[in-house]
Design a protein around this ligand. Structure first.
Ligand code: NAD
Ligand code: GLY
Length: 383
Protein backbone atom coordinates (compact mmCIF):
# COMPACT_ATOMS: atom_id res chain seq x y z
CA UNK A 1 0.00 0.00 0.00
CA UNK A 2 1.37 3.47 -0.93
CA UNK A 3 1.92 5.64 2.09
CA UNK A 4 1.21 9.37 2.17
CA UNK A 5 3.71 12.08 2.97
CA UNK A 6 2.55 12.39 6.57
CA UNK A 7 5.24 13.49 8.98
CA UNK A 8 6.20 11.59 12.08
CA UNK A 9 5.88 14.37 14.60
CA UNK A 10 8.89 14.27 16.88
CA UNK A 11 7.33 15.93 19.87
CA UNK A 12 9.20 16.70 23.05
CA UNK A 13 7.24 16.10 26.23
CA UNK A 14 9.29 18.54 28.28
CA UNK A 15 10.56 22.05 27.61
CA UNK A 16 14.22 22.50 26.74
CA UNK A 17 15.98 24.02 29.78
CA UNK A 18 17.22 27.56 29.07
CA UNK A 19 20.90 28.15 28.37
CA UNK A 20 23.00 29.71 31.11
CA UNK A 21 25.36 32.62 30.40
CA UNK A 22 28.66 31.57 28.79
CA UNK A 23 31.43 31.01 31.36
CA UNK A 24 34.88 29.41 31.54
CA UNK A 25 34.12 27.59 34.83
CA UNK A 26 34.21 23.78 34.80
CA UNK A 27 30.67 22.46 34.73
CA UNK A 28 28.56 19.32 34.36
CA UNK A 29 25.44 18.05 32.64
CA UNK A 30 23.48 15.01 33.79
CA UNK A 31 21.94 12.19 31.85
CA UNK A 32 18.92 11.10 33.82
CA UNK A 33 18.11 7.49 32.91
CA UNK A 34 17.17 6.12 36.33
CA UNK A 35 19.62 3.47 37.46
CA UNK A 36 21.75 4.25 34.39
CA UNK A 37 22.08 7.94 35.14
CA UNK A 38 25.52 9.51 34.64
CA UNK A 39 27.37 12.80 34.56
CA UNK A 40 29.09 14.58 31.71
CA UNK A 41 32.00 16.57 33.16
CA UNK A 42 33.12 19.51 31.01
CA UNK A 43 36.15 21.72 31.59
CA UNK A 44 39.92 22.00 31.70
CA UNK A 45 42.44 19.93 33.65
CA UNK A 46 40.07 16.98 34.05
CA UNK A 47 42.58 14.16 33.49
CA UNK A 48 43.31 13.87 37.21
CA UNK A 49 42.35 11.20 39.80
CA UNK A 50 39.49 13.23 41.39
CA UNK A 51 37.57 13.21 38.09
CA UNK A 52 37.35 9.42 38.20
CA UNK A 53 36.28 9.02 41.82
CA UNK A 54 33.02 7.20 42.48
CA UNK A 55 33.28 5.04 39.35
CA UNK A 56 33.29 1.22 39.53
CA UNK A 57 36.61 0.05 40.94
CA UNK A 58 38.14 -3.05 39.38
CA UNK A 59 41.36 -5.01 39.34
CA UNK A 60 41.83 -4.41 35.64
CA UNK A 61 41.14 -1.42 33.42
CA UNK A 62 41.72 -1.18 29.69
CA UNK A 63 42.29 2.14 27.95
CA UNK A 64 41.16 1.80 24.33
CA UNK A 65 42.66 4.47 22.12
CA UNK A 66 44.31 4.79 18.72
CA UNK A 67 47.78 5.32 17.31
CA UNK A 68 47.31 9.12 17.16
CA UNK A 69 45.64 9.85 20.49
CA UNK A 70 47.48 7.21 22.52
CA UNK A 71 50.93 8.86 22.36
CA UNK A 72 49.34 12.21 23.34
CA UNK A 73 47.12 11.27 26.28
CA UNK A 74 47.39 7.62 27.43
CA UNK A 75 50.08 8.37 30.04
CA UNK A 76 48.01 11.21 31.50
CA UNK A 77 44.83 9.14 31.66
CA UNK A 78 46.75 6.16 33.06
CA UNK A 79 48.07 8.30 35.93
CA UNK A 80 44.58 9.66 36.59
CA UNK A 81 42.90 6.24 36.84
CA UNK A 82 45.80 4.30 38.39
CA UNK A 83 44.53 4.87 41.97
CA UNK A 84 41.29 3.07 41.05
CA UNK A 85 42.70 -0.11 39.48
CA UNK A 86 45.46 -2.63 40.20
CA UNK A 87 46.43 -2.97 36.55
CA UNK A 88 45.86 -0.46 33.76
CA UNK A 89 46.28 -1.92 30.29
CA UNK A 90 46.02 -0.10 27.01
CA UNK A 91 45.49 -0.90 23.37
CA UNK A 92 46.07 1.34 20.35
CA UNK A 93 43.76 0.65 17.43
CA UNK A 94 44.54 1.83 13.91
CA UNK A 95 43.32 5.41 13.36
CA UNK A 96 40.47 6.06 10.95
CA UNK A 97 36.81 5.60 10.14
CA UNK A 98 37.82 2.80 7.76
CA UNK A 99 38.94 0.81 10.82
CA UNK A 100 35.61 1.10 12.62
CA UNK A 101 35.08 -2.53 11.76
CA UNK A 102 35.08 -6.14 12.99
CA UNK A 103 38.86 -6.78 12.79
CA UNK A 104 39.65 -3.69 14.92
CA UNK A 105 36.86 -4.51 17.38
CA UNK A 106 38.18 -8.04 17.63
CA UNK A 107 41.60 -6.70 18.65
CA UNK A 108 39.94 -5.33 21.80
CA UNK A 109 38.32 -8.69 22.60
CA UNK A 110 41.61 -10.50 21.96
CA UNK A 111 43.46 -8.15 24.32
CA UNK A 112 40.82 -8.63 27.05
CA UNK A 113 40.90 -12.41 26.70
CA UNK A 114 44.71 -12.64 26.54
CA UNK A 115 44.90 -10.63 29.76
CA UNK A 116 42.14 -12.76 31.37
CA UNK A 117 40.13 -9.61 32.01
CA UNK A 118 37.13 -10.41 34.19
CA UNK A 119 33.57 -9.11 34.00
CA UNK A 120 34.33 -6.19 36.33
CA UNK A 121 36.98 -4.79 34.00
CA UNK A 122 36.37 -1.13 33.16
CA UNK A 123 37.02 0.07 29.62
CA UNK A 124 38.06 3.70 29.04
CA UNK A 125 37.44 5.12 25.56
CA UNK A 126 40.17 7.68 24.90
CA UNK A 127 39.71 9.34 21.53
CA UNK A 128 37.18 10.63 19.05
CA UNK A 129 33.87 9.18 18.01
CA UNK A 130 35.42 6.19 16.25
CA UNK A 131 37.21 4.99 19.39
CA UNK A 132 34.20 5.90 21.56
CA UNK A 133 31.65 4.03 19.43
CA UNK A 134 33.89 0.96 19.17
CA UNK A 135 34.86 0.88 22.85
CA UNK A 136 31.21 1.23 23.85
CA UNK A 137 30.25 -1.64 21.58
CA UNK A 138 33.13 -3.76 22.93
CA UNK A 139 31.95 -2.98 26.50
CA UNK A 140 28.37 -3.93 25.60
CA UNK A 141 29.54 -7.30 24.21
CA UNK A 142 32.46 -8.45 26.37
CA UNK A 143 31.12 -11.02 28.82
CA UNK A 144 27.67 -9.60 27.91
CA UNK A 145 28.52 -6.22 29.35
CA UNK A 146 31.28 -4.50 31.33
CA UNK A 147 31.35 -0.87 32.51
CA UNK A 148 32.93 1.81 30.35
CA UNK A 149 33.86 5.47 30.63
CA UNK A 150 34.00 7.94 27.75
CA UNK A 151 36.98 10.30 27.57
CA UNK A 152 36.24 12.09 24.28
CA UNK A 153 39.10 14.06 22.73
CA UNK A 154 37.47 15.57 19.62
CA UNK A 155 34.91 18.37 19.57
CA UNK A 156 32.53 16.05 17.74
CA UNK A 157 32.83 13.36 20.39
CA UNK A 158 32.45 15.87 23.25
CA UNK A 159 29.25 17.38 21.85
CA UNK A 160 27.61 14.27 20.49
CA UNK A 161 29.03 10.78 20.12
CA UNK A 162 30.23 10.18 23.70
CA UNK A 163 26.79 11.04 25.10
CA UNK A 164 23.65 8.93 24.88
CA UNK A 165 24.86 5.35 24.56
CA UNK A 166 24.81 4.73 20.81
CA UNK A 167 27.68 2.35 20.04
CA UNK A 168 28.48 0.75 16.70
CA UNK A 169 30.82 -0.33 13.96
CA UNK A 170 30.29 0.21 10.22
CA UNK A 171 29.37 -2.36 7.58
CA UNK A 172 30.61 -1.75 4.01
CA UNK A 173 26.93 -1.49 3.00
CA UNK A 174 25.88 0.92 5.72
CA UNK A 175 27.20 3.31 8.35
CA UNK A 176 26.90 2.33 12.05
CA UNK A 177 24.69 -0.62 11.12
CA UNK A 178 26.03 -3.08 13.70
CA UNK A 179 25.77 -1.87 17.27
CA UNK A 180 23.94 -1.56 20.56
CA UNK A 181 22.52 1.01 22.93
CA UNK A 182 24.85 0.88 25.94
CA UNK A 183 25.35 3.80 28.31
CA UNK A 184 28.74 4.82 29.77
CA UNK A 185 29.31 5.31 33.49
CA UNK A 186 30.62 8.85 33.01
CA UNK A 187 31.71 11.18 30.20
CA UNK A 188 34.81 13.30 30.76
CA UNK A 189 35.16 16.17 28.26
CA UNK A 190 38.56 17.68 28.93
CA UNK A 191 38.71 20.77 26.72
CA UNK A 192 42.52 20.83 27.07
CA UNK A 193 42.66 17.82 24.76
CA UNK A 194 41.19 19.94 21.96
CA UNK A 195 44.46 21.93 21.87
CA UNK A 196 46.07 19.21 19.74
CA UNK A 197 43.07 18.63 17.47
CA UNK A 198 43.76 19.46 13.80
CA UNK A 199 41.67 22.41 12.55
CA UNK A 200 39.88 20.25 9.96
CA UNK A 201 38.65 18.02 12.81
CA UNK A 202 37.54 21.03 14.88
CA UNK A 203 35.52 22.25 11.91
CA UNK A 204 34.00 18.79 11.42
CA UNK A 205 32.93 18.86 15.08
CA UNK A 206 31.22 22.19 14.53
CA UNK A 207 28.76 20.45 12.19
CA UNK A 208 27.32 18.48 15.11
CA UNK A 209 27.27 21.66 17.22
CA UNK A 210 25.42 23.62 14.52
CA UNK A 211 22.86 20.83 14.12
CA UNK A 212 21.39 21.52 17.59
CA UNK A 213 20.27 25.02 16.59
CA UNK A 214 17.87 24.31 13.73
CA UNK A 215 16.38 21.18 15.36
CA UNK A 216 15.97 22.41 18.93
CA UNK A 217 17.18 25.88 19.83
CA UNK A 218 16.89 28.90 17.52
CA UNK A 219 18.64 31.07 20.15
CA UNK A 220 21.64 28.74 20.08
CA UNK A 221 21.75 29.11 16.28
CA UNK A 222 21.89 32.89 16.71
CA UNK A 223 24.62 32.51 19.37
CA UNK A 224 26.62 30.34 16.97
CA UNK A 225 26.28 32.91 14.20
CA UNK A 226 27.65 35.57 16.55
CA UNK A 227 30.43 33.41 18.03
CA UNK A 228 31.60 31.32 15.10
CA UNK A 229 34.90 33.18 14.74
CA UNK A 230 35.65 32.71 18.45
CA UNK A 231 34.93 28.99 18.14
CA UNK A 232 37.17 28.67 15.10
CA UNK A 233 39.91 30.48 17.10
CA UNK A 234 39.33 27.98 20.00
CA UNK A 235 38.35 30.69 22.48
CA UNK A 236 37.91 28.71 25.73
CA UNK A 237 34.72 30.37 26.96
CA UNK A 238 33.09 29.96 23.54
CA UNK A 239 34.11 26.30 23.34
CA UNK A 240 32.88 25.67 26.87
CA UNK A 241 29.48 27.18 26.06
CA UNK A 242 29.20 25.26 22.77
CA UNK A 243 30.05 21.92 24.43
CA UNK A 244 27.80 22.56 27.43
CA UNK A 245 24.78 23.72 25.43
CA UNK A 246 25.19 20.85 22.95
CA UNK A 247 25.36 18.32 25.80
CA UNK A 248 22.33 19.92 27.49
CA UNK A 249 20.29 19.63 24.31
CA UNK A 250 21.46 16.07 23.71
CA UNK A 251 20.69 15.14 27.32
CA UNK A 252 17.23 16.69 27.02
CA UNK A 253 16.56 14.50 23.96
CA UNK A 254 18.11 11.27 25.28
CA UNK A 255 16.35 11.59 28.64
CA UNK A 256 13.02 11.52 26.79
CA UNK A 257 13.79 8.89 24.17
CA UNK A 258 16.87 6.80 24.91
CA UNK A 259 16.29 4.16 22.21
CA UNK A 260 15.06 6.45 19.42
CA UNK A 261 11.45 5.45 19.19
CA UNK A 262 10.60 9.04 18.26
CA UNK A 263 12.14 12.33 19.34
CA UNK A 264 15.79 11.16 19.27
CA UNK A 265 15.58 10.91 15.48
CA UNK A 266 15.93 14.73 15.34
CA UNK A 267 19.62 14.21 16.13
CA UNK A 268 19.93 12.60 12.70
CA UNK A 269 19.31 15.92 10.91
CA UNK A 270 21.66 15.90 7.90
CA UNK A 271 22.71 12.32 8.57
CA UNK A 272 20.60 10.60 5.90
CA UNK A 273 22.36 12.43 3.08
CA UNK A 274 25.58 12.51 5.13
CA UNK A 275 25.79 8.77 5.71
CA UNK A 276 25.24 8.24 1.97
CA UNK A 277 28.23 10.49 1.26
CA UNK A 278 30.43 8.63 3.77
CA UNK A 279 29.51 5.14 2.59
CA UNK A 280 29.41 6.14 -1.09
CA UNK A 281 32.88 7.72 -1.01
CA UNK A 282 34.37 4.94 1.12
CA UNK A 283 34.75 5.44 4.88
CA UNK A 284 37.48 7.89 5.83
CA UNK A 285 37.39 9.97 2.61
CA UNK A 286 34.96 12.55 3.97
CA UNK A 287 35.08 13.20 7.72
CA UNK A 288 31.80 12.32 9.42
CA UNK A 289 31.21 15.94 10.44
CA UNK A 290 31.91 17.17 6.91
CA UNK A 291 29.36 14.75 5.49
CA UNK A 292 26.82 15.80 8.14
CA UNK A 293 27.44 19.49 7.39
CA UNK A 294 26.79 18.97 3.70
CA UNK A 295 23.88 16.66 4.54
CA UNK A 296 22.30 19.42 6.65
CA UNK A 297 22.46 21.81 3.69
CA UNK A 298 20.63 19.18 1.60
CA UNK A 299 18.06 18.37 4.30
CA UNK A 300 17.44 22.08 4.87
CA UNK A 301 16.87 22.65 1.16
CA UNK A 302 14.45 19.71 1.13
CA UNK A 303 12.65 21.28 4.11
CA UNK A 304 12.32 24.54 2.16
CA UNK A 305 11.12 22.78 -1.01
CA UNK A 306 8.42 21.09 1.11
CA UNK A 307 7.37 24.47 2.50
CA UNK A 308 8.46 23.72 6.08
CA UNK A 309 10.79 26.73 6.31
CA UNK A 310 11.19 29.81 4.18
CA UNK A 311 14.05 30.20 1.73
CA UNK A 312 15.75 32.93 3.81
CA UNK A 313 15.94 30.68 6.89
CA UNK A 314 17.28 27.81 4.78
CA UNK A 315 19.93 30.15 3.37
CA UNK A 316 20.81 31.36 6.88
CA UNK A 317 21.55 27.78 7.99
CA UNK A 318 23.52 27.02 4.83
CA UNK A 319 25.53 30.24 5.27
CA UNK A 320 26.56 29.28 8.81
CA UNK A 321 27.65 25.82 7.66
CA UNK A 322 29.68 27.38 4.83
CA UNK A 323 31.20 30.04 7.11
CA UNK A 324 32.33 27.28 9.46
CA UNK A 325 34.42 25.90 6.57
CA UNK A 326 32.29 22.81 6.00
CA UNK A 327 31.63 21.55 2.47
CA UNK A 328 28.23 22.55 1.11
CA UNK A 329 28.44 20.55 -2.13
CA UNK A 330 28.40 16.75 -2.01
CA UNK A 331 30.27 14.37 -4.30
CA UNK A 332 28.55 13.45 -7.54
CA UNK A 333 27.69 9.84 -6.77
CA UNK A 334 24.62 10.04 -9.03
CA UNK A 335 21.09 10.38 -7.66
CA UNK A 336 20.40 6.63 -8.01
CA UNK A 337 23.41 5.78 -5.84
CA UNK A 338 22.45 8.37 -3.19
CA UNK A 339 18.95 6.90 -3.06
CA UNK A 340 20.21 3.33 -2.92
CA UNK A 341 22.50 4.19 0.00
CA UNK A 342 19.80 6.18 1.83
CA UNK A 343 17.45 3.19 1.63
CA UNK A 344 19.68 1.31 4.10
CA UNK A 345 19.55 4.21 6.58
CA UNK A 346 18.28 3.07 9.99
CA UNK A 347 15.25 5.38 9.73
CA UNK A 348 14.08 3.82 6.44
CA UNK A 349 11.03 1.60 6.65
CA UNK A 350 10.28 -0.96 3.95
CA UNK A 351 12.80 0.74 1.67
CA UNK A 352 11.07 4.12 2.09
CA UNK A 353 13.59 6.81 3.05
CA UNK A 354 12.56 9.09 5.91
CA UNK A 355 14.30 12.45 6.29
CA UNK A 356 14.70 14.60 9.38
CA UNK A 357 13.49 18.00 8.23
CA UNK A 358 13.50 21.38 9.89
CA UNK A 359 10.56 23.70 10.36
CA UNK A 360 9.67 25.94 11.97
CA UNK A 361 13.19 26.91 13.04
CA UNK A 362 14.01 25.09 16.30
CA UNK A 363 11.77 22.10 15.55
CA UNK A 364 12.13 19.00 13.40
CA UNK A 365 9.95 16.24 11.99
CA UNK A 366 10.67 13.02 10.15
CA UNK A 367 8.95 12.22 6.89
CA UNK A 368 9.35 10.64 3.47
CA UNK A 369 9.63 12.99 0.50
CA UNK A 370 8.67 12.76 -3.17
CA UNK A 371 11.40 11.10 -5.21
CA UNK A 372 11.52 13.98 -7.72
CA UNK A 373 12.17 16.54 -4.95
CA UNK A 374 14.93 14.42 -3.46
CA UNK A 375 16.54 14.15 -6.89
CA UNK A 376 16.28 17.94 -7.34
CA UNK A 377 18.04 18.48 -4.01
CA UNK A 378 20.82 16.05 -4.93
CA UNK A 379 21.26 17.71 -8.32
CA UNK A 380 21.45 21.19 -6.72
CA UNK A 381 23.99 20.28 -4.04
CA UNK A 382 26.46 17.94 -5.71
CA UNK A 383 29.24 18.47 -8.17
P1 NAD B 1 37.57 10.30 14.86
O1 NAD B 1 37.27 9.50 16.02
O2 NAD B 1 38.03 9.62 13.63
O3 NAD B 1 38.65 11.40 15.28
C1 NAD B 1 39.07 12.32 14.31
C2 NAD B 1 40.60 12.33 14.16
O4 NAD B 1 41.15 13.12 15.21
C3 NAD B 1 41.27 10.99 14.25
O5 NAD B 1 42.34 10.95 13.36
C4 NAD B 1 41.78 10.96 15.68
O6 NAD B 1 42.85 10.09 15.87
C5 NAD B 1 42.16 12.38 15.89
N1 NAD B 1 42.14 12.86 17.26
C6 NAD B 1 41.19 12.61 18.20
N2 NAD B 1 41.42 13.35 19.27
C7 NAD B 1 42.53 14.09 19.05
C8 NAD B 1 43.23 15.05 19.77
N3 NAD B 1 42.80 15.48 20.95
N4 NAD B 1 44.34 15.57 19.24
C9 NAD B 1 44.75 15.20 18.01
N5 NAD B 1 44.10 14.31 17.24
C10 NAD B 1 43.00 13.77 17.75
O7 NAD B 1 36.31 11.19 14.41
P2 NAD B 1 35.19 11.98 15.22
O8 NAD B 1 34.80 13.08 14.35
O9 NAD B 1 35.61 12.24 16.61
O10 NAD B 1 34.00 10.93 15.32
C11 NAD B 1 33.33 10.47 14.16
C12 NAD B 1 32.65 9.17 14.49
O11 NAD B 1 31.67 9.40 15.50
C13 NAD B 1 31.94 8.55 13.32
O12 NAD B 1 32.25 7.19 13.25
C14 NAD B 1 30.48 8.73 13.66
O13 NAD B 1 29.67 7.74 13.12
C15 NAD B 1 30.50 8.69 15.16
N6 NAD B 1 29.35 9.35 15.80
C16 NAD B 1 28.66 8.66 16.72
C17 NAD B 1 27.62 9.26 17.38
C18 NAD B 1 26.90 8.52 18.49
O14 NAD B 1 25.86 8.99 18.94
N7 NAD B 1 27.43 7.41 18.96
C19 NAD B 1 27.27 10.58 17.09
C20 NAD B 1 28.00 11.27 16.14
C21 NAD B 1 29.06 10.65 15.49
N1 GLY C 1 24.07 11.21 17.12
C1 GLY C 1 22.73 10.77 17.04
C2 GLY C 1 22.21 10.24 18.32
O1 GLY C 1 22.91 10.15 19.31
O2 GLY C 1 21.07 9.87 18.37
Amino acid sequence: MRRGWDPTVLMASTTLPPASAPSSENTQVNIDLGDRRYDILIGGGLLVPQTFEGLPKSATALIVTNTTVGPLYTAKLRAAIAPHHKTVLDIELPDGEQYKDWPALNQVFTKLLEEAADRKTVLYALGGGVVGDMTGFAAACYMRGVPFVQVPTTLLAQVDSSVGGKTAINHPAGKNMIGAFYQPQRVVCDLDTLDTLPQRELVAGLAEVIKYGPIADADFLAWLEANLDALLARDRAALMHAVKRSCQIKAWVVNQDEKESGLRAILNYGHTFGHAIEAGMGYGQWLHGEAVGCGMVMATDLSARLGLIDADTAQRIADLIQRAGLPVKGPDLGADRYIELMQVDKKAEGGEIRFVLVGPLGQASMRPAPDALVRDVIASHTR
